[in-house]
Design a protein around this ligand. Structure first.
Ligand code: ZN
Length: 349
């Protein structure tokens, strides 16, 4: 049955949603850098990041996450408001991202995993990439034990992995559908395994993998290091930078007992506040999909004194959005046109 005027009302509602109901968008970056191998597709080149900022400035107002949360609470949000965020705390955020943010006058929120600050070692997913996907020799059967259980990967001829093979495979990332090499399969399988382990179990697996690489297993790459506490202070000196927390060791919080979750969340907050000498207000969940944290996690974040938290599932933000689960869109190494298309698609809803 056709209801008279219904189509018109629906069109009007759509027009209202598009033009009057304010909505905001939070963008998620990790690194602004050029690297030889990026299996998680986390790096945006400085050239592309500059293009994104040029586009963003013309598109709508930009706020740091805590300002966005306050504006939402006070119902002062404008349409097409955007927030730029960075997860993890890579040193390139200070050296490559901040100068471009300042040049374009765009604020950003940097969520730091406090246990990595000032450490020589790499973030665990980067170390895994270095040990498995970089040139070097591994055992024909790669074997690690976790709590008495053994996990094995048959690398076959890929135990030897030279510069030529690396050059051929280096543009691969985990999102590509193409057939995977034995090294890539082992890497992805280890990623899944390490994600859900307790931090000390994860360290133990990485130690076994380092040993499997022999002398070449030691040492982190300066290009992949995290910020030092001094650099965190420098970053925070910028009026455009908000600093937030992202746990201590970057675990899947849902896989940890509640007391360990509390240590990860509260511990990162107090360490960063100790470095800065002032309170911080924003948090982001490691990995951040709905299965990576629980309702208990959200309650711990709130009870630890954070005003808001970012997740990692897609969605627009309006007055109804839970400030402790703000959706975000991961930005990839897109050129200007792709980024414009992404924003246009989002604003059309
Ligand atoms: Zn992260």
């Amino acid at each position: 049955m056709r209801i008279p005027g219904f189509g018109k009302a629906r069109r009007a509602a759509r027009w209202l949603k598009r033009n009057l109901v304010p909505s905001a968008l939070v963008l998620l970056y990790h690194r602004v850098a050029e690297v030889t191998c990026d299996p998680q597709w986390l790096c945006v080149t400085p050239q592309h990041f500059a293009q994104h900022l040029e586009v963003l400035k013309k598109f709508g107002p930009t706020l740091a996450v805590h300002q966005l949360e306050k504006a939402l609470r006070q119902e002062r949000i404008s349409r097409k408001t955007m927030a730029v965020t960075f997860d993890d705390g890579y040193a390139d955020n200070l050296y490559n991202a901040l100068p471009l943010l300042e040049q374009h006058g765009v604020p950003a929120t940097f969520f730091l995993s406090s246990g990595y600050l000032g450490q020589e070692g790499e973030f665990w997913w980067d170390e895994l990439e270095r040990l498995i996907l970089n040139p070097g020799v591994l055992p024909k059967t790669l074997r690690v034990t976790v709590d008495g259980g053994t996990h094995e990967w048959d690398l076959g001829p890929a135990e030897q992995y030279g510069e030529e093979a690396f050059a051929r495979d280096r543009s691969w990332n985990a999102m590509l559908p193409q057939e995977r090499t034995p090294r890539q399969k082992a890497y992805l399988s280890l990623c899944s395994l390490l994600r859900t382990l307790l931090p000390e179990q994860r360290s133990h697996v990485l130690e076994q993998l380092r040993n499997a690489r022999g002398a070449a297993g030691a040492g982190g790459r300066p290009s992949h290091r995290a910020l030092s506490p001094e650099e965190v202070k420098k970053l925070a000196d910028s009026s455009l930078a908000e600093i937030g927390a992202h746990t201590v060791t970057h675990p899947v919080l849902a896989a940890l007992p509640v007391d360990r979750q509390r240590e990860e969340i509260g511990g990162s907050k107090s360490r960063i506040e100790e470095i800065l000498g002032r309170p911080i207000h924003s948090f982001s969940y490691p990995f951040g999909m709905q299965g990576d944290y629980t309702s208990e996690t959200v309650a711990i974040v709130r009870d630890s004194g954070f005003a808001c938290a970012c997740s990692n599932f897609e969605g627009a933000i309006d007055r109804e959005t839970n400030p402790y689960q703000l959706p975000r869109f991961v930005v990839r190494d897109w050129d200007r046109d792709t980024f414009v298309r992404f924003l246009e698609e989002w604003s059309r809803g």
